[in-house]
Design a protein. Structure first.
Length: 278
C-alpha cells in the first residue's frame, strides 16, 4: 500500500480527532465562562479584550510608541493578573483537585432555585399571617411582556424583603400584580386580565379573578394572598389551588416552577370550575 493510500485511509480518523479536539476545547471554554460568571474576573476579561484589540489596531496603523506601551502592559500584565486574582486561581485549582470544577454551574442553579423558593415562601407566609393582600405572577414559557409593560419596571433581584415591602398597604406599588422573570422582579403594579367565567365562586375577589384570568391565556404561575382571610391560593393552567398550607404551597410552587421535588406531600388540588363554595 502506497503512502498516499495510507494517508487517504487515515483522513476520516483525522477528521474525527479534529472534531473531538474542537468540541473538547469548546466545552472547557464554556465551563470556564460559567465558572467566572458573576465574578470580578468578567471585567478583567473585558479589559484584556480591549487591550488586544488596541494592540491589533496600533500594529495596523504603525503607532510605534503606543504599540511599545501596550507590549509592556501585555508582558507584565499576566504577572499582575496572577497576583491580583491569586485567591480565585487557588479556589479554581482546589475545585479541580476535588473534581467539582465542572459541576459548579449545576450546583449554583440548584442553590438559586432553593433560594427563590425560600424567598417566595417566606414572603407569602409573612403576608398571609398579617392579611396583606398580594398578587404575584411568575413567567414560564409564555411571555408576559404585554402585562409587564402596564406596570412600573423594577428589574430587581427577588428577595422576600423586597416582595413584602412592595405589598405593604398604602404604598405606591401595592395595587396590581408583581411579575417575576427567572430570578428577578421585573415589574410591579401590573394589570392582569380578569376572568369572565360564570363558574367562579362569588367569594373570590378581584385578585383571584385576575389570577385565574391570566392562567386561562398563559402558562404563568400566579400566587394570591387574600387580604380578607389571609388564605393562600395558587393558579396555573386554569387550576385554582385554594387555602393552601405553607407546606402545600411550597410543594406546589416547586413542582410547577422547577419540576417535581424528590419528596412531595399530597396536595389539595381544587379545580376552580368544580368548586362553588371556596
Amino acid at each position: 500500500m502506497s503512502f498516499m493510500e495510507q494517508f487517504t485511509d487515515l483522513m476520516p480518523v483525522n477528521v474525527i480527532v479534529n472534531i473531538l479536539d474542537v468540541l473538547f476545547v469548546w466545552f472547557v471554554i464554556y465551563k470556564l465562562i460559567t465558572l467566572i460568571k458573576g465574578t470580578k474576573a468578567v471585567q478583567l476579561l473585558k479589559g484584556i479584550f480591549v487591550i488586544v484589540i488596541a494592540k491589533v489596531v496600533t500594529d495596523f496603523l504603525g503607532l510605534d510608541t503606543l504599540g511599545w506601551m501596550l507590549n509592556q502592559v501585555i508582558t507584565y500584565g499576566f504577572l499582575a493578573i496572577i497576583i491580583i486574582f491569586q485567591p480565585e486561581i487557588r479556589r479554581a485549582l482546589e475545585q479541580i483537585g476535588r473534581g467539582k470544577l465542572f459541576s459548579r454551574s449545576s450546583l449554583q442553579e440548584e442553590e438559586e432555585q432553593t433560594r427563590l423558593i425560600e424567598a417566595m415562601t417566606k414572603s407569602v407566609s409573612y403576608m398571609a399571617k398579617r392579611r396583606i393582600g398580594a398578587l404575584i405572577s411568575i413567567e414560564r414559557e409564555t411571555g408576559l411582556t404585554e402585562y409587564i409593560e402596564t406596570g412600573i419596571p423594577l428589574n430587581a433581584h427577588l428577595t422576600s424583603e423586597l416582595m413584602i415591602n412592595i405589598f405593604i398597604p398604602n404604598t405606591p406599588l401595592h395595587d396590581g400584580a408583581v411579575i417575576v422573570q427567572k430570578n428577578k422582579i421585573v415589574s410591579a403594579g401590573c394589570y392582569l386580565p380578569l376572568s369572565e367565567s360564570p363558574f367562579i365562586s362569588k367569594e373570590l375577589g378581584t385578585r383571584h379573578r385576575a389570577a385565574i384570568g391570566l392562567s386561562e391565556v398563559t402558562d404563568a404561575i400566579t400566587i394570591v394572598v387574600s387580604e380578607e382571610t389571609g388564605a393562600v391560593s395558587l393558579t396555573s393552567n386554569g387550576d385554582l389551588h385554594r387555602n393552601l398550607s405553607m407546606d402545600e404551597f411550597k410543594n406546589h410552587l416547586t413542582r410547577l416552577w422547577f419540576g417535581p421535588p424528590e419528596e412531595q406531600a399530597t396536595p389539595s388540588k381544587w379545580r376552580w370550575r368544580g368548586k362553588q363554595n371556596g
